[in-house]
Ligand binder design. Structure first.
Ligand code: BES
Ligand code: MN
Ligand code: MN
Length: 459
């Protein structure tokens, strides 16, 4: 298999570059045709690689690309999930090269070169490894499991049509385990398998003062300024220890045991490198927890955007009528997204002084997920990575969210293996997102071993 990869290396890279040139931004309707083109591309490449029953299945939103190869009903079946949609590329001016014109550049962390493009790592690059690994297994006669691919186009906007999709296609999606590459490893010389993801509750708030914008000299000091009020309300959502002040917020939080935390502390982490990479002089977070814990097994609350009033050139003396903010809460097992949204809403309404009115509008949400490390599938992933990296991967908890993972368990009864090959420094969702060629090819090399070991261990 290794020689097949070597022989077709350049084509494997060029095909991905072609996919990355399609701006499949699900959040912005202006890109609708490109999103659909990216779906068609995935379907065509699945067909080329040898998948059967390839279909672009419609949903009320963007379609799901499906394809399968059933080699033997007695063998284990793996459902491969990923997404072909990408985050918006804004702000464009902060990119060193245009986000949808991929270029390859060498960096200190990626001496073999990395592909710079929106979606390079999250998630087209990682999905494409699976399509190519499948081609490799088909072409070299090494496919030891049944495979079903399910590649969606709305992950970056909350996968809101996917739960009904899982319900509707329960039979079609029947499998033994789900395999996803949409997370990160600790480092290229420190492979890891993700065993925890955070959940999410995302909402928008609107604070209204007077019925119109007011002259800040005539009314200032006598009428509420919704921006000031909103800022105070947001600031009060955390206390001096950076604990979230919403009553009941921590009630369901699963506290990790001393043993689990000791295990986590073994993950290589340099606070100095972390700070220097982000250009910050200090970190901050919940008292009593390490940076790794704060960003993975502890819940958070963050304002993601805030606006209102005059933001044009120069000065305009005005008390705005309205102020807004977008707020996210990252959740951990066993918090429930709907419940937390409700607690937030109640508390936020309660916080508002009589001088303003507030409106809270929930956006999307999702539950946290945990993967057991004592399953056959985890052992297969671990052995696959050990084979190609020469080092056993460590289990890690990550702070990002893939809401569908909890749905796979709830609706299909399936556990998910999160075998990602990206790095957290790959600038996901940021300008200059990139994906190492080392990571790309390592993924293509590793994935077939997962199927091989899963088949062997399942006997
Ligand atoms: N691939 C990410 C999630 C991720 C990134 C997990 C890095 C672990 C490490 C995914 O595409 C993503 O961005 N998810 C969104 C959630 C969604 C509901 C918008 C997120 O985490 O913000
Ligand atoms: Mn992703
Ligand atoms: Mn993402």
């Amino acid at each position: 298999m290794k020689s097949y990869i070597e022989q077709h290396k350049d084509r494997f890279r060029n095909e991905l570059l072609e996919w990355l040139r399609m701006p499949s931004v699900s959040a912005d309707p202006a890109f609708k045709d490109d999103v659909l083109r990216a779906a068609a591309f995935a379907a065509d490449r699945l067909k080329d690689a040898g998948a059967d029953q390839v279909e672009i299945i419609a949903t009320p939103g963007y379609p799901v690309v499906y394809g399968e190869k059933i080699v033997d009903p007695k063998k284990p079946t793996v459902l491969v999930y990923g997404h072909y949609d990408v985050q918006p590329a804004d702000p464009y001016e902060l990119w060193d090269s245009p986000p949808f014109e991929p270029v390859i550049k060498k960096t200190e962390r990626h001496p073999d070169g990395a592909i710079y493009a929106r979606g390079a790592c999250d998630d087209k690059g990682q999905v494409y490894m699976h399509i190519k690994a499948f081609e490799v297994m088909m072409q070299t006669g090494n496919l030891d499991c049944n495979i079903k691919f399910m590649i969606e186009g709305e992950e970056e906007v909350g996968s809101s049509n996917l739960n009904p999709f899982l319900e509707k296609y329960r039979d079609k999606l029947k499998a033994d385990v789900v395999l996803v590459s949409d997370t990160s490893m600790v480092a290229n010389d420190c492979p890891s398998v993700t065993v925890g993801l955070r959940g999410l509750s995302y909402l928008e708030v609107e604070v209204t003062g007077a019925n119109r914008d007011l002259h800040s000299g005539v009314y200032g000091g006598a009428v509420a300024n919704p921006i000031n009020t909103l800022a105070m309300m947001i600031a009060s959502l955390k206390d001096a220890n950076n604990r979230i002040t919403i009553p009941g917020f921590y009630d369901a939080v699963r506290e990790f045991s001393a043993d689990e935390r000791a295990e986590m502390a073994k993950v290589p982490f340099s606070l100095d490198a972390y700070k220097s990479e982000l250009d910050i002089d200090d970190i901050e977070g919940e008292t009593g927890y390490t940076t790794l814990e704060r960003s993975s097994i502890r819940p958070t609350l963050d304002c993601n955007g805030i606006w209102g009033g005059y933001i044009g050139k120069g000065a305009k003396t005005v008390l705005p009528s309205k102020a807004y903010a977008k707020i996210s809460m990252r959740l951990v097992p066993n918090q429930q997204s709907d419940k937390i949204t409700e607690l937030f809403t109640k508390h936020f309404e309660h916080l508002a002084p009589k001088s303003v009115r507030v409106k809270v509008t929930p956006h999307h949400g999702g539950e946290a997920a945990l993967t057991p490390t004592d399953s056959i599938a985890y052992a297969a992933a671990s052995k696959a990575m050990e084979t190609t990296f020469g080092k056993k991967p460590i289990p890690t908890y990550e702070g990002g969210s893939i809401p569908i993972v909890a749905s796979f368990e709830r609706i299909l009864g399936l556990k998910t293996i999160l075998m990602g090959f990206g790095l957290n420094s790959d600038a996901l969702h940021s300008p200059n997102e990139h994906y190492g060629l080392f990571n790309y090819y390592k993924g293509i090399e590793t994935i077939p071993y997962f199927y091989k070991y899963l088949a062997e261990m399942s006997k």
